[in-house]
Design a protein around this ligand. Structure first.
Ligand code: CMC
Length: 441
């Protein structure tokens, strides 16, 4: 008779244990044992008990979640059950952010209220501008974003009251509304341009483009194709379940600081070249390759382990990243407005060669979201330093949804992994004179 349990025999002692198996929505959505159930397995009475050893969480679920589902084998990504392709086709970033945060697509009235709220919280305190002015002219905008979003916690001391759902919602609105303003101001600071204030008549991405690009015109009018392309890119980046930065958001949030402090940590995790900094790294890599003719030699260097093929590979996707497919299509629409990016030719050739090479086939390495996004951002006129910032803005909704889910989950406590200690056993302190003598001997 089949049972939803696992029977384990400890060959050290000959004892047998039975532990329950917990399933996701369907068995194919993941099954797990609770590794705390392994603690009863002991070789002797004073044994600590068996733990799971899983550096980098390769096969450990750190939470239960209802937000995002990824099937890496089949190349599937869904937010709250809705396929990413349908959201990219029919939704907007703000509607998707609402879906991610509150679990359902909004009614017309809910969407109008939500949009109004976000639109009317885009201003930042004037003191933040002074804070930005303190950065060096060539400061990386991601560093500025990490610093200023963390600093927002000092402007909203009420945010510490994380148990109050109304207070939480207010910070969610503030963060989603203010991230584009912080990002745009950081960008203008690096150019030495005066800051452009939010325009409440424009859409979320239209206003972002306004704050980035407005010069002397009385009213900035965004290009509709670029505005929509950016909105779709924001939808694609809104959440991605337990990635490195989301894990940082949950882990920091588990000690109950305000969400600005937790989000600064998540943004810092995103900054690295193996995560959200990869799109910047892809552009630098394509620039270094220089021409289509140099692609085979570069691929050889990758295979020798000298360099990574940036924008390729993923912990979860062992198939084409569904976001990369959509991005490839958007690239064509953007290039019709901006003209093509010469680096596209190199990227396509890299993809072509890599996808038929044994090294990449064996390791199941496919283009990920970052492979083509940077090429679009560059064609739209963004400098490479802005790429991780363009990732952080939309990911804010995902970080916040995951943070709230963690706070409301009775299973969660302060995040605190175990370790397997492999260092020295207890030993007595040796006085300096004796250590010196030992050296001389
Ligand atoms: N180029 C060359 N080899 C690679 C690459 C790559 N981009 N990615 C993985 N490999 C190899 C790796 O060397 C290893 O080979 P071997 O088995 O011979 O040691 C094998 O493939 C498995 O890789 P892994 O390092 O165990 O995979 P991981 O799940 O730990 O790392 C990753 C995932 C995304 C960090 C990695 O694929 C990588 O560094 N990619 C390049 C950076 C990148 O594009 N990051 C963006 C990820 S998507 C968006 C985001 O999360 O922000």
């Amino acid at each position: 008779m089949p049972k939803d349990t696992l029977t384990i025999t400890d060959n050290r002692t000959g004892k047998t244990y039975e532990v329950p198996i917990r399933y996701g929505t369907y068995p194919t959505y993941g099954a797990a044992i609770n590794t705390a159930d392994l603690r009863q397995i002991k070789a002797s009475d004073d044994d600590f008990g068996l733990m799971g050893y899983d550096p980098a969480f390769g096969n450990t679920a750190s939470c239960r979640s209802t937000i995002t589902h990824i099937d890496g084998e089949r190349g599937i990504l869904r937010y709250r059950g809705y396929p990413i392709e349908q959201l990219a086709e029919s939704s907007t970033y703000l509607e998707t952010a609402y879906l991610i945060l509150y679990g359902e697509l909004p009614t017309r009235q809910q969407l109008e209220e939500w949009t109004w709220e976000i639109t009317h919280h885009t201003m930042i305190h004037e003191s933040i501008k002074k804070f930005l002015d303190g950065f060096h002219h060539d400061a990386h905008p991601m560093g500025m974003l990490v610093g200023t979003v963390g600093a927002l916690s000092t402007f909203y001391p009420d945010a510490k009251d994380i148990k109050d759902k109304d207070v939480r919602r207010k910070q969610v609105v503030r963060l989603i509304a203010k991230m584009p303003t912080l990002a745009a101001f950081a960008y203008r600071h690096s150019l030495g341009r005066p800051y452009a204030y939010p325009d409440n008549d424009l859409s979320y991405t239209g206003n972002f483009l306004n704050m980035l690009l407005k010069t002397t015109e009385l009213k900035y009018t965004p290009n509709a194709v670029l505005e929509r392309a950016l909105d779709v890119l924001f939808i694609l980046h809104a959440d991605h379940e337990q990635n490195c930065s989301t894990n940082a958001m949950r882990s920091i949030g588990s000690s109950h600081p305000d969400p600005y402090s937790a989000l600064a940590g998540a943004a810092a995790a995103l900054y690295g070249p193996l995560h959200g900094g990869a799109n910047e790294a892809v552009l630098r890599m394509l620039g270094e390759i220089g021409s289509k003719a140099n692609v085979p030699a570069y691929v050889e260097r990758v295979k020798k382990g000298e360099v990574l093929l940036m924008g390729f590979g993923h912990r979860v996707y062992k198939n084409y990243d569904p976001r990369a497919k959509i991005i490839k299509r958007i690239a064509e629409e953007v290039f019709e407005v901006t003209g093509t990016n010469p680096l596209l030719e190199i990227a396509i050739e890299l993809e072509r060669i890599a996808l038929q090479d044994e090294y990449f086939i064996k390791r199941r390495l496919y283009p990920n979201v970052d492979f083509y996004s940077g090429i679009i951002y560059q064609a739209m006129g963004f400098p490479v330093e802005m790429f991780p910032v363009l990732f952080a803005i939309p990911r804010t909704s995902g970080w916040l949804a995951q943070w709230e889910e963690m706070l409301d989950d009775g299973d969660q406590r302060i995040s605190r992994p175990r370790q397997i200690y492999e260092g020295a056993d207890v030993r007595n302190y040796v006085a300096m004179a004796l250590r010196e003598r030992g050296k001389a001997a």
